[in-house]
Design a protein around this ligand. Structure first.
Ligand code: NDP
Length: 243
């Protein structure tokens, strides 16, 4: 393992951007601790990384449960002695019109996309403060800059992630804080959309212009690989043709 090898925790690493990020960072020589609820999938990710000579550990994680997130971070810290980076990636996007009153889905987006990120910050902050260094990478979205119909609540969570990332950055002299905001990326994210029309429209668009999850993983890797005194605060990565 090289001197620049880091201990990196990734939430939502069972598919999409989180999985691609775990594979990419492991290839760069980092140790990745992959978390998600679908344990069988994170175990496969970890096994495949290790089969290729990388270092990975899979631990079940539900980001909506603050104690589970704290245990996840503590277990990683116990095993590796430090935490260098948390990638707060887990997210859900069950889009719907306000008039449909899908209140459970609104709450789910707040619980995963917003509270989940805060639970992650709370889980690593005491450890990173004690280390006097650390890096929190939050996955926002272009939906954190613009609002679209059916996406009001999702956008609200991503605007909030952008705001809290900036607040965390301003308060800390020891932490690096990066917001990576993807545009349309080919993942499983839109599978949860209930309305066949909205889901079909978005999946059609993603199939035609979406970029691979690896493109976002590269951006995360770029921010992480900068020297300790260089803090990359915001990266927006979207398909060239996306408006
Ligand atoms: P995926 O649906 O492929 O991945 C989402 C991940 O989040 C899964 O690994 C899922 O794991 C995890 N997750 C969901 N709920 C929880 C939970 N309660 N606890 C722990 N993990 C959870 O979508 P993406 O890879 O696209 O999404 C990753 C991030 O990228 C999200 O924050 C999303 O908002 C953001 N994003 C994606 C864009 C895109 O076009 N794809 C565009 C902009 C932003 P499991 O179900 O196993 O728990």
């Amino acid at each position: 393992m090289s001197n620049t090898s880091k201990i990196i925790l990734i939430s939502g690493a069972s598919s999409g951007i989180g999985e691609a990020t775990a594979r990419h960072l492991a290839k760069q020589g980092h140790t990745v601790v992959v978390g998600a609820r679908r344990v069988e999938r994170i175990e496969i990710v970890a096994r495949e990384i290790m089969a290729e000579g990388g270092s990975a550990l899979a631990i079940r994680l539900d980001v909506t449960d603050r104690w589970n997130f704290a245990t996840f971070a503590q277990e990683a810290h116990r095993q590796f002695g430090r935490i260098d980076v948390l990638v707060n990636n887990a997210g859900v996007m069950p889009l719907s019109a306000f008039a449909d009153l899908q209140i459970d889905e609104w709450n789910l987006m707040i619980d995963v996309n917003l509270r989940g990120v805060l639970n992650g910050v709370a889980a690593v902050l005491p450890i990173m403060t004690a280390q006097q260094r650390g890096h929190v990478v939050n996955i926002g979205s272009v939906a954190g800059y613009n609002v679209n119909p059916t996406a009001g609540v999702y956008c609200a969570t991503k605007f909030a992630v952008r705001a809290l990332s900036e607040g965390l950055r301003m308060e800390s002299k020891d932490l690096r804080v990066t917001l990576v905001s993807p545009g349309l990326t080919r993942t499983e994210l839109s599978d949860a959309i209930r309305s066949p029309e909205t889901r079909g429209m978005l999946q059609g668009l993603t199939d035609s212009i979406g970029i691979p999850a690896g493109a976002i993983a590269e951006a995360i890797g770029f921010a992480i690989s900068q020297p300790a005194d260089v803090d990359v605060n915001e990266l927006i990565v979207r398909p060239t043709v996306q408006g």
